[in-house]
Design a binder for this molecule. Structure first.
Ligand code: GLU
Length: 429
């Protein structure tokens, strides 16, 4: 009998294999080799299980009809329904959505959540659209993907430029179409229609727990370590607020318009009030304005990129003056930069661990919805802290045991859990 295991795999090519997706595949290949993963199991993890592309025609406010492209990719469903966010951005494409869906698979497995990984997106410029246009686009997209989503199939959540309101429209459209109210088709919805207390803050809170753990583990000196945060949206602003409460010194923050710096520490509660009034961080009293690229290069203990992907590159990595990077955003560090930082003594705590607080509380929201029994905010936060701390300990212990960098250690834990589940379930038919 010929042993298929030793044969070189014949690899299919798929339309999702953009440069971005190939990087994610290479990362999986690297860890598969390192952990001696069965070749056939490895192959099965290299591609999305299902990818749907839909045309989304929308009546714009001026009466014309504009057609947008929408995607929903389910990378894997071995451990449970697919789970992952929905993003609205002009750079959304099949490769990016597939990459992020694969990351969600590793993230959910690493955190011990009973989910597979998914991601969705619509290629659009949400900041140039009215609320009505966004609502009509969201509802039409939902109806186009309705056959592949559901509380037991695939559960969308907020991601870049989507929020609680977007989730409410998806929940409503889905419910009207199936004929009864189904809150658990999405997570990250408003509390008044079945959302969870603490979900809005969950990603930022999780980042803050992770920073606390990483600073202790990697022995970052000083009673009040300094932090720089790129991005002041949901993740950046909430991590700033919670880290400030924990006693960290936030020395720099930025939003799309630019950044601010004060080596003595920024008064975050006052800054949050300032933003409500001014709509941006620039010009806040007692700080110096810096550009977004200067911000990344400020001296600090902890750098939190919490804006877009691919912000830390081979070009700017040598200029970084932090001790650790904690990835609030998905994919903020390019692979070449990641390796460079590792070799030069800067630890990178990866996205699939650092920003997993969001999907963890999404899981709590789904569980509460299924049980029709709701938890208090402190119950949510306590359980989140437990799960974040456990995952951080597992990853940091694996780094110590194997010498792997945290990204690879996290990936190894996630991939092993999935490989074990796939092995046990077997291959149909
Ligand atoms: N979009 C978030 C992420 O990338 C949350 C996903 C979710 O809650 O399902 O992890």
């Amino acid at each position: 009998m010929v042993s298929v295991k030793s044969a070189p795999p014949e690899r299919p090519t798929m339309e999702c294999q953009t440069e971005h997706f190939l990087m994610a595949q290479r990362q999986l290949d690297e860890i598969a080799l390192e952990m001696g993963l069965d070749m056939e199991l490895h192959e099965r993890l290299r591609y999305p299980k299902r990818a749907l592309i839909v045309a989304v025609p929308v009546r714009m406010d001026d009466g014309t009809v504009k057609t947008f492209t929408g995607y929903r990719v389910q990378h894997d469903t071995t451990l449970g329904p697919a789970k992952g966010g929905l993003r609205y951005h002009p750079e959304v494409n099949l490769g990016e959505v597939s990459t992020l869906a694969m990351l969600m698979t590793w993230k959910c497995a690493l955190m011990g959540l009973p989910y597979g990984g998914a991601k969705g997106g619509i290629k659009c410029e949400p900041w140039n659209m009215s609320v009505g246009e966004l609502e009509r686009m969201t509802r039409r997209y939902t109806s186009e993907i309705i056959n592949i989503i559901g509380p037991d199939k695939d559960i969308p959540a907020p991601d870049m430029y989507t929020n609680e309101q977007t989730m409410a429209w998806i929940m409503d459209t889905y419910s009207i179409n199936v004929g009864h109210t189904v809150p658990s088709v999405v997570t990250g919805k408003p509390v008044s229609i079945g959302g969870s207390l603490g979900r809005h803050e969950a990603t930022g809170r999780g980042v803050a727990f992770c920073v606390k753990k990483a600073v202790a583990h990697f022995k970052i000196a000083g009673p009040s370590p300094s932090v720089v945060i790129q991005g002041f949206g949901n993740v950046g602003s909430i991590s700033a607020k919670i880290l400030h409460e924990f006693g960290f010194k936030i020395v720099g923050v930025s939003d799309v318009f630019g950044g601010i710096y004060n080596p003595g520490g920024i008064d975050i509660p006052r800054l949050l009030a300032y933003i409500t009034e001014m709509g941006k961080v620039a010009g806040f009293a007692g700080t110096t304005n810096v550009s977004n690229s200067e911000l990344l290069e400020l001296p600090c203990d902890v750098l939190i990129p919490a804006a877009l992907g691919n912000q830390i590159t081979a070009k700017n990595a040598p200029n970084l003056r932090c001790k650790i990077v904690v990835e609030g955003a998905n994919g903020p560090t390019e692979p070449e930069a990641d390796l460079w930082l590792h070799k030069n003594g800067i630890t990178v705590v990866p996205d699939i661990l650092a920003n997993a607080g969001g999907v963890t509380v999404s899981y709590f929201e789904w569980v509460q919805g299924m049980m029709h029994l709701f938890w208090t905010e402190s119950e949510v936060n306590t359980r989140l802290e437990e799960i974040m701390n456990r995952a951080c300990d597992q990853v940091f212990d694996m780094c110590t045991k194997t010498g792997l960098r945290p990204r690879m250690a996290a990936l190894r834990i996630g991939v092993s859990k999935l490989a074990e589940a796939k092995r046990l379930r077997g291959l149909y038919p």
